[in-house]
Every structure is written in C-alpha cells, then in structure tokens.
Design a protein around this ligand. Sequence first.
Ligand SMILES: Cc1ncc(COP(=O)(O)O)c(C=O)c1O
Length: 421
Amino acid sequence: MDAAQWRDFVPLAVSLGLVVVVSILAQTRAKGKSATATTSDQEATERQDTMNQSVMMLRDEGAYRVLAAAGALERQGKKIVHLEIGQPAFPTPEWVAQAGIDAITSGFTQYTNPSGLVELKQAIAKHVAHTRGGLAVTEANVVVGPGAKPGLWFAVQAVLSPGDEVLIPDPGFPMVGRLPQCGARLTTSRQYQNMAKVFGATPVFYAALGDVREWASLVTRRTKVIILNSPSNPTGRVLSRDELAVVAEFARKARLWVVSDEIYSHLTYSDNAPAANEFSTTPSIASLPGMLESTIIVDGFSKTFSMTGWRLGFVVCAPALAQRLHLLLTHAVGCTASFTQKAGVVALTHESRVRNVADMVKEYKRRRDYVCERLNAMPGVTCAKPEGAFYAFANVSGVGIPARDLCERCLHDGGVAILRA
Ligand SMILES: Cc1ncc(COP(=O)(O)O)c(C=O)c1O
C-alpha cells in the first residue's frame, strides 16, 4: 500500500487505546506570523539560520504533542480520555517499584558504567537469549540506556553515514504528520525518519503492511540500514519467521544492518500460548542463521514492565558495535539512572515476571477485541485486529470527515485524544 493511503487511518493506543491531531499548532503558528515582526523576532530568525540544519529538520512527535494539547484542555477542567500515547494501562509491578525505592534509600544513587550495571547486562543477555531462540549473547553484546529511544538513536548514529539510505516502515513509529522536506513522499514514521535525517541519511519508506518480498526492490547500493518494528506500532503487524527469512536474505546480500525494534515483542495475542513459565515472544530476525552479527535488537522495559517513566532500555548487538555505543553513551548521557537499573534487574528476574506480563496481555487482548468490535460497528470505520502491541489502527475513510478533523473533533468535542496516520 502506498504511504499516501494512510491519510484516513487513525491508530488508537489501546492500552489498548490510540490516535491523532496535528492542526492545532499550525493554526497557532499562522496567527503568530500575521503580527509585525519585531527586532527580536528577526534576530531569532537569523539565529535559527546559524543552527545545525539537520537539527532544524527535526519535527516533534504527534503523541507528545497531542498529549500536551489534551493536558491544556484538562487544565481548563475538561475530562480527557487518553488514547494518544503508548502508555501501558497498568502500573509498574509493585516488586519492581520497591526495588527502585530500596536502591535509592540504600544510597545506590551514584554514576554507573555508561553502558549499564554488569548484573543488569547479564540479566538482559540471559533474558534475550532465552526468549529469542537461544541466541548466543553475553553481557558483551548488551548496552543499557535510558529507554529504547536512545538505543534506536545511538544505534542508527553508529552505523549511518551521510548519503546512506535507510529503509523505514510506513506507517511506523510514531504515527502522525508528514515532513515537508520529503517532497512528494508522504510519510508517517517520524521517529525513525527524524533519526535518519539528522545523521544526513535519506529515509526510504517501505509499506509496513505490504508484502515483504517487495521491500527488497527498494534496496540500492546506498542502502545501509533497514529498520524493522515487529510487533508494529501502529499497525499491530507481527512478522512471521518466514517473512523475516525473506528480509534476512536480502539484508545479507546487500550487507545491511538490521535495526530490529522489538519493544513490543512480549505483547502478542497469538493463540499458541507459550509454556506457563515462558514469555510469549514474537520471532526475532537476530535468531535466523547468520543474522546476529548484523542485527541490532532494540528493546526495553517501558511496555513489557510498564516502566515508561523509569527510562530503561537496551540494545543487543555485536560486541564491537556495543563498544561504540558504550562510547556514545559515555559522551552523550554519562549513564542510566542507577536505581532504575536495579529495578530493571528485579523486573527480569522476579518469580512473578512471566505471570504478570501474561495477565497484562490477557487484559489487552480482551480490550483489543472489544475496541475492534466497537470500531467495526461504527458507520464508515473498519479496523483489523492487531496481532501484537497495543494499538488499534482504524480506517476512517468511510466516515466522511478527514482524519485530521475527526481527530480534532474527538479531542475537543468528545474529550478523546487520538492520533491520525
Ligand atoms: C515502536 C516503539 N519503539 C520505541 C519506543 C520507545 O520506547 P522507550 O519508552 O523505551 O524509549 C516506543 C514507544 O512508544 C515505540 O512505540
């Protein structure tokens, strides 16, 4: 499917809730421009010209923007249902929270190794090996950071050079908006796209819901990276092992790096329930023969353990790359919060961890079924059931109102914050 066709889709963060709106800021800006420019306005504009032009290309993330718009309405006393941001509907498990508190009160509040505590890296290596088909990884393959986002950012920075091309899913994380610099190509994959552009690379979009065999045709001699996101935000698609094998084949041939964003890997609604003490996990391309060396798994604690505000994520990759990421973290971040890391160790090792995630997934699945059924019952709306993650990606083209206006009306008239594709 062509990128332009996502115009009428509305992803509902279904925690399971999601979807929407970009026009509010545009209006505000237009008003500001009509005022006579003052000297300080001119100065500010001139200053902007001296800023790094790649950084000037950055655009914000729709979910955070709509969250802010919704927050402004809440401050005016309006009640808002938040379906815009990928916030799990459950609190951080009590035992994880307690581990963080204990770390703080016992004085574990100092700097740590920039790429993470050894005990956390070991726990992550064990967890990833166990859940990704016995991958041969150790702590040397692991880099801890403050969320999956820095993992994505630094991984992409570490492998991209100016002029490279990056294959990016469309639609992709996070939904919303179109970047004018992209010329004729309409796109929705802001986070991935922002990363590519800031490093001087060219984003090339593949149809996230399309046939994986067609993605290969986008590879040129300049292609350096393909970003995968399975389960996908916002489509909910899960790539099967066979589909990943197709990607692995063309990626190997073209010597691509594969950045595999697996942040939703344990939030999957497959009917093939895993053993009682196993995490349900979607297939990872890293576990296919010969793919570990060129795959960069990005994952984290935000979704699986409801720890979005704790800021804890990780990358699993070849040790040589891990060392480079260690240096990027050293210079850009210093280290991840020490007590957050302690909480992470408990999240990955506590005896109730699997049950807790399974209970959450059971509830997400119930909500998914409910939300999809209700959406499909609405005139002009269709919504396929997501196979993973916690978003409902609804086609609203039959409603007769542009998705942008629909989202705005949902927020302002209905008090429901959603995002548009
Ligand atoms: C696909 C995807 N990747 C990465 C992230 C970022 O996760 P974190 O909170 O760990 O930075 C999100 C958050 O919504 C996401 O949806």
